[in-house]
Design a protein around this ligand. Sequence first.
Ligand SMILES: C[S@@+](CC[C@H](N)C(=O)[O-])C[C@H]1O[C@@H](n2cnc3c(N)ncnc32)[C@H](O)[C@@H]1O
Length: 250
Amino acid sequence: MTPMNPNWAELKKQPFGQYIPDEVLQYRSDEIERIIAWARENPLPLPAEIEIGSNRGCFLLGLTRGRRDVSFLGIELKLGLCRIAMRKLEREGLTNGHVIHADAKLALPVLFQPHTVDAIYVLFPDPWWKRKHARRRLLDDSFFETAHVFLKPGGFFVLKTDVLDYFDAVEEYLKSSPCFEFVDISEVPGSDSWTLSTRERHCLEDNLPYKQLAVRNLATEASELPKTTLIDKKLVKHNYSYHPDEHKNN
Ligand SMILES: C[S@@+](CC[C@H](N)C(=O)[O-])C[C@H]1O[C@@H](n2cnc3c(N)ncnc32)[C@H](O)[C@@H]1O
C-alpha cells in the first residue's frame, strides 16, 4: 500500500487542496508534488486548452499547429506516450504544445485556477468494460464537477468515443445537468482544422461507428464549487455492456 505522505497537510493548504479529496492528498501527494515541480518548469500562458489522454499526440499536434496563440496541454498517464508526443511537438518547434505525465484528475486542479481553461478534449477514453471496473472510467460525476469549475464560463468540453453505451451515459448526464449546454461541434474554436486521433483513425479505417458531442460550460465567475452537479444520475452506476472477448484487458 502507498504510504501516507507526511506533507499532505501542507498540500491541503494550497489553493487546489479544496478540489482534491483528503484521502487522495494523503496517499498521492508524491504525484501532486511532481505536478507542481513540472508546472514550475513549464509555465502555461493563457489561454489554454487541455487534451486528456493525449496518447501519441496525434490530435494534440493538430490543435497546436492550428492556433499558435493558445497553449495546449496533453495530460497522459503513460510516460512512453508522453515522450513520443513531446518529440513530435519539439520536431516541429511547436512551443505552445506541452505534455505532462500525470493523472488528469490530479493535474487539472493543481495546474489551473478555477474558470481559466478554454476547452477540455477527451477523445476515446478507456472504456473499462467490466462492471467491476466501471468506477475507473474517467468521465464520472466528479470529473464533470471539476470540469465545471475549471473551465471558463463559455468554455467547451468535447467528447468522442466509439463505446456507444459510454457515450449515451455521458450524453444523458450532460443533458440533465444545469452546468452545461449542448452546442454544435462547429462552434468549438479550431474545430474546422482538427486532426484525427490515433483511435479515431483506427475507427475510420475499420468502419467502426463513433459519436461526438460538445457542450459549453454555463459557469459564471461567481460559481461556487458544486458539491454535486445537482442531479441524481450517477455515471458510474450506469448500465455497462460487458464485452469479455473484445476487451480482455480493460
Ligand atoms: C483509449 S486511449 C485513447 C487515446 C487517444 N485520445 C486517441 O483517441 O487515440 C486512452 C488514453 O487515455 C490515457 N488516460 C487514461 N486515463 C487517464 C487519466 N486519468 N489521465 C490522463 N490520461 C489518461 C491512457 O493512458 C490512454 O493513452
